[in-house]
Write a protein that binds this ligand. Structure first.
Ligand code: COA
Length: 561
């Protein structure tokens, strides 16, 4: 079929639905909608067999849904309605949720049900759930609904006449407010997770007004409720009535008529206001099952090392790259034969940290520092010859983040991961040794195509292309243990040592320097030229300004391998 995706943003779910429908042999056109979108014209032009709306904030006009079947993805179970479904679910501590595919009609979320799929809701941030458990259920429900529509014999089920009872209001800041004098750690963490990554929780702190983004419980540190008692990995730790919470990012409240603000590591946002607060770094090497929050940690099981990292939005600043490189060097000093990178939940990496770059006094110079720090890290992985390195991608990766994964000997990803192995949408040539690793994996022609087309790639397509070696079919919560078991098995194989020996012989022959030099020459020209599109694209990206219509996101994807 020819399917038109109407979406308010080309977000991860839309990318995944697009990639999976394409994998199922459909042609897929994507149209970004906004209030003044000429939807009727687009639908007339595309003349689709079916319209699917994976993430739509505006209503579909009657003259569209009355002519074409339009299926709307609602991130809630049958009967749930309203614009803040997932916020309410996290707020209420639901551990089971679902996704429903409804037929658009005159009433929001009240149409006939084409498919509904249940999913678990583990205690993590809303956007993490959205990219993982909800996205898994949404893709399953969309494929089910599309199959049922194609069968022409399926009759969608009307919702109960009382469906309107399930309509819950918008989840505003008044519901999110933290009362530091009475809220427990569990309550504060739940409020922060329900608002993460957007819109954050509005709060006053150290003389400013901020949106707080992200939240992890802390069980050892104490202080006066609301007070900042420690810093770690760019995050601040604030005391609650019975413990404390780590808050990794802050966004200043926008002043009326002022420019759009954006998130930064909390310690950078509060620079100059935290002089008396002690840094409390976490131990890198974990030997027990201590529940200590940090961005990077290392543990071992028999002959396998696990270097886990989790950066907000998958973005890696110069400082984060340097800390990860230092942790990588530590991991390489340990007596293991297999080293696993990543492997927790959610994003693997999305490359250099565009927000930190944007906030710096000299974004060109900071871009340069950041890409060099990324390259140093990738080079360390590429030149590891005394053990096998495995990249375990629990979730999505893009740009330099994909190339970081490709530096390893084996690349594994979760079935739900979406990869964007290209840089073009940010106006960049790219580095991270991609000119060496990408053609080595997929061949020159496919590497060129991936770079030029700049499209999301599903895990299945990534496997067929040779971009990844293994797709792990499991839910987001079990990825770490599934990848861990596979890595331990790999470490125990007699063939592993001979692979390491072969790798050492090959590694000694490859001169990586020319690849880095050539890539960085391109990047230097881009960073040093204030008129280069990269600077405007970055500025718009971090401020979430809508891309102009007719950009590279607006395209038709054809089925392909
Ligand atoms: N730097 C800073 N923040 C980044 C980032 C980066 N490189 N990549 C992603 N993020 C942030 C987003 O701003 C977003 O923040 P939010 O949660 O506050 O909205 C969050 O991570 C998730 O990203 P989002 O764009 O909403 O996810 P998506 O799954 O819809 O799209 C990408 C994923 C990777 C396609 C998109 O984020 C992207 O193009 N990122 C930039 C990649 C890049 O060009 N990197 C630099 C070159 S190495």
């Amino acid at each position: 079929m020819h399917i038109l995706l109407l979406t308010s943003a080309f977000n991860s779910l839309t990318q995944r639905v697009q990639a999976e429908l394409k994998d199922h042999g459909h042609t897929v056109a994507v149209e970004l909608t906004h209030e003044d979108s000429p939807l009727r014209d687009v639908v007339r032009r595309e003349d689709p067999d079916l319209v699917v709306a994976p993430f739509l904030k505006t209503a579909i006009p009657q003259d569209v849904w009355s002519v074409h079947t339009c299926l709307v993805v609602h991130p809630g179970p049958v009967g749930d309605r309203g614009p803040s479904s997932l916020d309410w679910a996290v707020h209420e501590g639901a551990d089971e949720w679902g996704v429903t595919v409804l037929q658009a009609n005159a009433e929001m979320d009240a149409g006939d049900v084409w498919a509904s799929v249940a999913c678990p809701l583990p205690p993590v941030a809303k956007s993490d759930l959205y990219r993982n458990e909800i996205a898994d259920a949404a893709v399953e429900a969309v494929l089910l609904a599309v199959g049922r529509f194609a069968s022409t014999t399926y009759t969608p089920a009307p919702q109960n006449s009382g469906a309107g009872d399930g309509c819950r209001p918008y989840f505003g800041q008044s519901l999110r407010r933290i009362d530091w004098q009475s809220d427990s750690t569990a309550t504060v963490v739940r409020k922060l997770r329900g608002a993460d990554s957007q819109p954050g929780v509005l709060d006053g702190l150290l003389g400013g007004e901020w949106f707080l983004h992200g939240g992890h419980p802390e069980f050892r540190l104490r202080g006066r409720p609301g007070e900042v008692v420690a810093t770690r990995d760019g995050a601040i730790c604030r005391a609650t009535t019975d413990g404390a919470v780590w808050i990794p990012e802050l966004r200043p409240r926008r002043t009326p008529g002022g420019p759009a603000t954006f998130k930064l590591p909390a310690t950078s946002a509060l620079a100059g206001r935290l002089s008396a607060v002690p840094a409390r770094p976490a131990p890198l090497h974990r030997t027990g099952h201590e529940d200590i929050w940090s961005e990077i940690s290392y543990r071992e099981e028999a002959r396998t090392g696990f270097l886990s990292f989790s950066f907000r939005g998958g973005a890696m600043s110069t400082d984060q790259c340097e800390r990860l490189l230092s942790a990588y060097r530590f991991a390489c000093s340990r007596p293991t034969s297999v080293l696993v990178l990543g492997g927790g939940r959610d994003f693997f990496s999305n490359g250099i940290h565009l927000n930190v770059i944007e906030a710096s006094a000299d974004p060109g110079a900071e871009s340069w520092a950041n890409i060099n720090a990324m390259d140093d890290l990738v080079e360390a992985v590429l030149t590891t010859t005394d053990r096998l390195v495995v990249s375990a991608m629990a979730g999505n990766a893009a740009a330099g983040g994909v190339m970081l994964a490709l530096a390893a000997d084996e690349v594994w990803c979760r079935a739900g991961a979406v990869l964007n192995p290209h840089y073009r949408l940010m106006g960049l040539y790219g580095s991270e040794y991609w000119t060496y690793t990408l053609p080595r994996r997929v061949g020159t022609a496919v590497a060129d195509r991936l770079m030029q087309e700049a499209r999301p790639v599903s895990s299945g397509a990534a496997l067929r292309l040779g971009l990844v070696d293994r797709v792990i079919e499991c839910g987001p919560q079990s990825f770490a243990s599934e990848a861990g078991a596979l890595a331990s098995r790999l470490a125990a194989l007699p063939a592993t040592q001979s692979r390491v020996n072969a790798k050492k012989a090959e590694g000694d022959q490859v001169d990586l320097a020319p690849y880095r030099e050539a890539e960085l020459a391109h990047m230097h020209r881009i960073f040093a030229d204030p008129q280069h599109p990269y600077h405007g694209l970055r500025r718009a990206f971090v401020r979430k300004e809508r891309p102009a219509s007719g950009t590279a996101l607006h395209h038709t994807a054809h089925p392909q391998g």
